[in-house]
Design a protein around this ligand. Structure first.
Ligand code: PEP
Length: 254
């Protein structure tokens, strides 16, 4: 029912040279059964869009401003990202929350702007190590989910990415049970707010996903895909992750 999604976040990595990695991905996944998304630096969006041609690879931005236009030097609006070829935008990534002090309310405003600009918002949330060790994980992600997902969100215009801060870029991953507990909790919390539409929201796991752990992670109930940082930069790493997701999706076919 929910189309699985393999999303790559290149962060502040990549110049035109990196486009050869996209070419390799396009060749390896000629008719993807899962949705594949790359979120490169905004400087590469238009070139990637041109390179992918008719291939169903999706593109996304890594952040957008909450306003549609105006005096915001250095920022990009959702409409600009869309114009450059994006269909998605990541909002509330922990690196934005930490490095730019973004609050849940600001993240919600960005997600709303994404919706108004015709983009699917990938809303990121996740606990720090201190919060997990203090037993606060569900309180933290519940609060972030409530406050970062705006009114008007639906399973079609919003994806949720659970990314424990301590797992991002560290090589550490939560256990299967820890991921399952949070995803189950998020689905229930969405149900309480959105009713039947909660079943349409895709829940991604993010944090040190790599070829060696992808199959196990994708087998966890309510994990509809992954948001992948470091391992999305090279097709040789991202492609096996996509394959693992495709295999899990295929096993579920009636
Ligand atoms: C991310 O940046 O969203 C991420 C999950 O990074 P990594 O896969 O490198 O941990």
């Amino acid at each position: 029912m929910r189309r699985r999604l393999a999303a790559g976040n290149w962060k502040m990595n990549g110049t035109a040279e990196g486009l050869s990695e996209v070419e390799a991905l396009l060749q390896a996944h000629l008719s993807p059964r899962v949705e594949i998304l790359l979120c490169p630096p905004a400087t590469l969006l238009a070139q990637m869009n041109w390179k992918k041609g008719q291939h169903p690879l999706q593109l996304g931005g890594q952040d957008c401003h909450a306003a549609a236009s105006g005096a915001h030097t250095g920022d990009l609006s959702a409409a600009m990202l869309k114009d450059a070829g994006a269909a998605y935008v990541i909002v509330g990534h922990s690196e934005r929350r930490t490095n730019h002090g973004e609050t849940d309310e600001q993240v919600a405003a960005k997600a709303r702007a994404a919706h108004e600009g015709g983009l699917v918002a990938i809303v990121c949330l996740g606990e720090t190590l201190a919060e997990r060790e203090a037993g606060q994980t569900l309180d933290v992600v519940g609060r972030q989910l409530d406050a970062s997902v705006p009114e008007g969100a639906t399973g079609l215009n919003t994806v949720i990415a659970y990314e424990p801060v301590w797992a991002i870029g560290t090589g550490l991953t939560p256990t299967r049970d820890q991921i399952a507990e949070v995803h189950d909790f998020l689905r229930s919390r969405l149900s309480a707010r959105f009713g039947a539409d909660a079943a349409h929201f895709r829940l991604l796991y993010g944090g040190s996903v790599k070829p060696s752990n992808a199959t196990e992670i994708f087998g966890i109930p309510d994990v509809d895909g992954a948001l992948v940082g470091g391992a999305s930069l090279k097709a040789a790493d991202f492609s096996p992750i996509i394959n693992a997701l495709e295999q899990v999706a295929e096993m579920e076919l009636p």
